[in-house]
Design a binder for this molecule. Sequence first.
Ligand code: ARG
Length: 406
Amino acid sequence: MASKGKVVLAYSGGLDTSVIIPYLKEQGYDVVACIANVGQPGEDVDAIAERAKAIGAVESHALDLCEEYADDFLTKAIAANGMYENRYPLLSAMSRPIICKALVDIAHKTGAVAIAHGCTGKGNDQVRFELECKALDPDLDVLGPVRTWNFTTRTSEIEYAQANGIEIPVSKKQPYSIDENVWGRAIECGVLENPWNEPPEDAWTMTKDIEDTPDTPTDVVITFEAGQPVALDGERMGKLALITKMNHLAGDNGFGRLDVIEDRLVGLKSRECYEQPAALALIVAHKALESLCLPGDVLAEKLDLEHVWAKQVYGGLWYSPLKDAIDAFFASTQKTLNGDVRLRLFKGNCFTTGMRSDTAVYDFGLATYDEGDTFDRSAAKGFMDLYGLPNYVWAKTNGPSSKKAE
Ligand code: ARG
C-alpha cells in the first residue's frame, strides 16, 4: 500500500500509545514518535523514544521541554493565578500547549500530514490536542485512534500488542490514571470513581500525609520581580528550579492536595485528585503580593478575567485571540509587582505571615490608627453623603428597599 504520509505521534511509552504505532502502520501511515519531558519524574525519555523505534516508528524524538515549560508557560499561569473552577491549577491543561507546539514543529520538520494522540473519547485532553495543534496549523489532521479503534477490552488490546511484538509494561497494574508534570500530578479512576471513597494513601506521592509531616513549621520567603517568583530565601534561581524546590518544601509539609468534582468539557462530572504543592503555594504568595501592590479596581477586573483565562486554558484554547488579549492585560498588571512574601507551611496549610514591597500601594500613613495618621477623616462625611445619595432618594420616595420587595 502506498504510504498515506507521516504522522507525528504523541508517544508516552504506555500501552495505548505503543499499540497506536502498529495500528497506524496498518492504516498506511509512517509513524514519527515524539516524547516530551515536561518534568514527569522517573521517566527516561530517551529509552522510551528508543522503544517507539523498536515497535516500528520510522523516527523517534525525545524532547526536553522542562525549562521552556517553566519559563514560557508556567509564568503565564502564575500571572493569571490560573485555576479552573476556582480550585484546580490546570496541570494537564498547562502541559498540552507546549507539547502540541513541539508536535507541530516536528510535523513541519518531517513533512508530516497529521498528529496522533492516545487520548480517550471521554476526556478533556483529546479536545486540547485537537484544538491546540490545529490552532497552530489548521491544515494538519489530528487523529485519536483510541477513540476509533475496535478494542473493546483491555485484554483484546493486549492480545493485539503481543501479536505485534509489543512488550507489555511489566510494572504492577496501575490502580489509577496518572498525568504528571512539574506543575503537579493528577490522579483519577479506580476506587476514586466513587466520590465517597477516601483517596487511599498510595494515591499521593508528592505530598506527605499530615501524620508524617514535621512538627515545626517551614517558613520560606519568596521574592517576586515583575510578578514572577525569582528567589527563595534570598537564593536566586531559575523558574524550573524554583518550582521544583517549592514542590518539595510544600509537599513535605503536606500542602497541595485537592480532591474535587470537576466539570469536564464533554459534559460529565469526574472526581479528580490533584497534588500541586508548588502551584498552589506560589498562587497564595502571588495573590498576596497583588493585594499589596495593585489598586482594588484592577484586582477586581483581574479576578473576573482570571476565570475566563482558566476556562480558555482548560478548554484547549491556549492559542486563541481571547487568551492572548487577557495575557496582555495580565502582563500590564504585573509590571509593579516587586517584593517579598513570607509563607508558612505547616501540617497541610500554607498561609502568608508577611509581605513587603517598595511598590506597594498599601500606605501605612493612610491605614494606621496610631501616630502618623495621614488620612483626612474630615472628608469622610461628605463622601458618605454623596455615596449614599441614590439610596436616600429611593428611601424617601419608596420607603426602605427591602420593605418594598416584600
Ligand atoms: N481532569 C484533568 C484535566 O483535564 C486531569 C486529566 C488528567 N489525565 C489523566 N490521564 N489522568 O486537566
